[in-house]
Design a protein around this ligand. Sequence first.
Ligand SMILES: Nc1ncnc2c1ncn2[C@@H]1O[C@H](COP(=O)(O)OP(=O)(O)OP(=O)(O)O)[C@@H](O)[C@H]1O
Length: 226
Amino acid sequence: MANLIEVKNVGKRYERGGRPFWALRNATLAVAEGEFVTLLGRSGSGKSTLLNIIVGLLSPTEGEAVLCSTPLSGLTDEAASELRNRSVGYVPQGAGVLSTLTVLDNVRLPWYLAHRGPEPEGRAQQLLEEVGLGDLANQYPSALSGGELRRVAIARALMCEPKVIVADEPTSSLDAQTAREVVSIFRRLADKGTGVLMVTHDTFSVDVSDRLYDMAEGVLTERAKA
Ligand SMILES: Nc1ncnc2c1ncn2[C@@H]1O[C@H](COP(=O)(O)OP(=O)(O)OP(=O)(O)O)[C@@H](O)[C@H]1O
């Protein structure tokens, strides 16, 4: 199976109090078609930094990230965003939904950005139903709870039938049953060939993962699954 994500010897250095500080050191990771990969690690260990590099929102200080066979280092911001819109379902930390659009229009938005035309009939509504929000399609985000907003972000990430899903704690603020349903959607997509990379603390996702990575103080290691 082809790799959808390839990270090779990637490091990210920030300044902290005027001193260099490595949030990520020499990280190497791959996610192939059909793989469900979970990334675990404590708060502040570097997980979001790695995900932001993988989706082309952050440039690494060293090393290389390749997304859907495209090396990110050579891309303009515009080209990176085009690649992200077309190929990646990114669920960022927090919901990141637009408050001026209805829930349904938030879910539709990536399709318009990627294709400049209307979505396949009913697709956004169907995705909202899959995440249990069919009845809230015409509401504005201010009327939704934190967990409901997370689910809008998940439906939005699936809108363009992404080749790869990159999700930063998508199940945080969801109850156990809803979290399980979300993870099951991702698992089913992986079984059909989508690559999934997910940061989580959820034991159910660990159980259904094909592979696990641990992040600790910027150092990434693959864990042998029990
Ligand atoms: N722009 C920045 N400038 C300086 N330091 C940063 C910046 N962004 C992140 N950091 C630091 O880099 C480290 C890794 O942050 P990151 O957000 O990747 O952690 P994380 O594992 O995703 O944490 P959490 O689970 O709490 O979201 C942290 O110590 C953080 O304070």
